[in-house]
Design a protein around this ligand. Structure first.
Ligand code: ADP
Ligand code: MG
Length: 338
């Protein structure tokens, strides 16, 4: 007797959801990335009770029409890629069409959206079920409200860490999203208090001070180089500001924050002679490259990417940092001599 049964889509969504959303911070990441892909210039994130009570992301982006507002909740439904050939040159943050399906499988979602010169729409899904739909009054853009995250997956609660850890994860993801998008104005509110905001002026001195604290950019070194058609820009905070964690080294590729241990190590090695053992710098490396040189389709959360030539990149990053920091220390005595 055969015993295999095809899962229904609700069960399949719930299982898949675990890969995309494992904690409140990953919901925030997915929603904000959607806002960025929708060309938003102002994005506000409001969180109640570390995201377990509610997460609201408001943007002034393109919005959706009625059909899309529903399709957005289907698994593997996306406006960002059309066929296989698009996979080799992805220039949006999303493309898997999984986030809203996953989030709505494990929470209660209300989506309100309005396109330019159109009526506003509201749809509500609880645990993948359509609960209500209708019109809504709002400005152009989209508001996604996620309530009672994991309400139907008690097992998941076990993985939620302390309030402190969830709060740190939310702030961490906010920082990377903001640092990756200097032209976007971001606000993070937690329990009705504004925790952090950026001004979207593209000024990295301002941006870094807003994220890491005022005057942090004092003595910052900046370099910009193009090697083999890859533009590498480094914002190197003074080695004097040493941290005991590696987490404040951020790598971005085409506006996407990524985790790549080899490139992080390259930054550490670049700073090597200026840092005490066990101390790490605050540094941002922004790279712009042809999307065909990397594969972002490695992991559902898309933190990991594969580069065509990782060792070449890591060599250049280390060398460029060494040169930039060296120049800086030479400049000061020379200037004094004159
Ligand atoms: P993906 O981002 O991979 O396409 P999602 O599930 O995150 O998948 O979103 C599905 C679709 O819903 C997107 O492709 C986009 O067309 C639409 N969408 C989601 N969020 C927004 C938003 N904030 N503004 C406009 N459209 C959105
Ligand atoms: Mg998305």
């Amino acid at each position: 007797m055969s015993i295999i049964k095809q899962m229904d889509s609700k069960l399949a969504n719930m299982i898949a959801a675990g890969e995309v959303v494992d904690r409140p911070a990953s919901v925030i990441k997915e929603l904000v990335e959607n806002s960025i892909d929708a060309n938003a210039t102002i994005i506000t994130i409001e969180v109640l009770d570390m995201g377990m009570q509610s997460i609201i992301v408001t943007d002034n982006g393109d919005g959706m029409d009625f059909t899309d507002a529903h399709l957005a909740f289907n698994r593997h439904a996306t406006s960002k890629i059309k066929d296989e050939s698009d996979l080799s040159h992805i220039n949006t943050l999303g493309f898997r069409g999984e986030a809203l399906a996953a989030i709505s499988a494990v929470s209660k979602v209300t989506l309100r959206t309005r396109q330019e010169n159109q009526e506003g729409i509201q749809v509500e899904y609880h645990g993948s079920h359509l609960i209500s739909e209708g019109s809504a009054t709002l400005n152009k853009g989209t508001v996604v409200e996620v309530k009672e995250l994991f309400f139907n997956t008690p097992a998941r609660f076990k993985y939620i860490k302390s309030d402190y850890a969830e709060r740190a994860a939310i702030i961490d993801i906010f920082d990377r999203l903001a640092l990756a998008n200097p032209k976007i104005r971001f606000t993070l509110k937690m329990d009705d208090k504004t925790i952090k905001e950026t001004y979207g002026t593209s000024d990295f001195y301002h941006l870094i001070d807003q994220i890491y604290g005022s005057k942090m950019t004092k003595d910052m070194t900046i370099f910009e180089e193009t090697v083999q058609k890859i533009k590498i820009i480094g914002y190197l905070l003074s080695p004097q500001i040493a941290r005991s964690r590696k987490k404040d080294i951020s790598i971005f590729v085409n506006g996407r924050y990524i985790k790549n241990y080899r490139l992080i190590q390259a930054v550490i090695d670049g700073y090597h002679s200026y840092m005490m053992v066990g101390k790490y710098p605050i540094a941002l490396i922004h790279m712009e490259m042809d999307p065909s040189l990397l594969d972002v389709n490695v992991h559902p959360q898309k933190y990991e990417v594969k580069f065509v030539n990782e060792s070449m990149l890591s060599y250049h990053i280390e060398t460029l940092i060494k040169e930039a920091l060296n120049k800086k220390t030479h400049q000061i005595p020379e200037a004094l001599n004159r």
